[in-house]
Design a protein. Structure first.
Length: 166
């Protein structure tokens, strides 16, 4: 994994997130909090989980301890999600921009809230942050589709096409 690939993955990550959020702007406030039975039950819960996981990984990369999870209730409307997530994206992109090639192989050690310690190279943790987003974005996309507002295609090849002007 090299810097160009890491940057490309994060560009894709936020591009795909924005497509899901654009579709989410078409649903009602009631649908935002409607139980759908997926991993985090609602779009509100799914978005809070995604934001929390990004915040968690970034904190670990910066050597800070894990914090309690974000509460979905703190994001009662989609606008609150968008505002928080855009701010988090800026912090994430600042971190990614500051990483050099040698840092990608640095071993990051952290202890989770259950007291279990793990260690991984930074590049693997960065890869996890993006791929975790793919999983839960697909759940959000499914919920949005069930509400009649499927997002535009999320495949990475569509991102590459947009980037290259195809």
């Amino acid at each position: 994994m090299n810097l160009a690939m890491i940057n490309s993955l994060f560009d894709y990550h936020y591009w795909a997130r924005d497509r899901v959020l654009a579709a989410a702007q078409l649903i009602t406030p009631e649908q935002f909090t409607q139980s759908k039975g997926h991993s985090f039950d609602t779009l509100q819960g799914t978005f809070a989980h995604l934001m929390n996981s990004e915040r968690l990984w970034l904190s670990r990369w910066q050597g800070r301890p894990d914090q309690p999870a974000l509460n979905p209730a703190d994001f009662p409307m989609l606008d609150a999600v968008i505002m928080y997530w855009k701010s988090l994206e800026m912090r994430m992109r600042d971190f990614v921009k500051g990483v050099d090639g040698a840092a990608l192989t640095n071993i990051i050690r952290y202890t989770n809230l259950q007291g279990v310690t793990f260690e991984y190279p930074l590049w693997q943790m960065m890869h996890q942050a993006v791929l975790h987003g793919v999983h839960h974005r697909s759940e959000a996309a499914t919920m949005l589709t069930e509400f009649g507002h499927a997002p535009d295609p999320l495949d990475i090849i569509f991102h590459y096409r947009a980037q290259s002007g195809q």
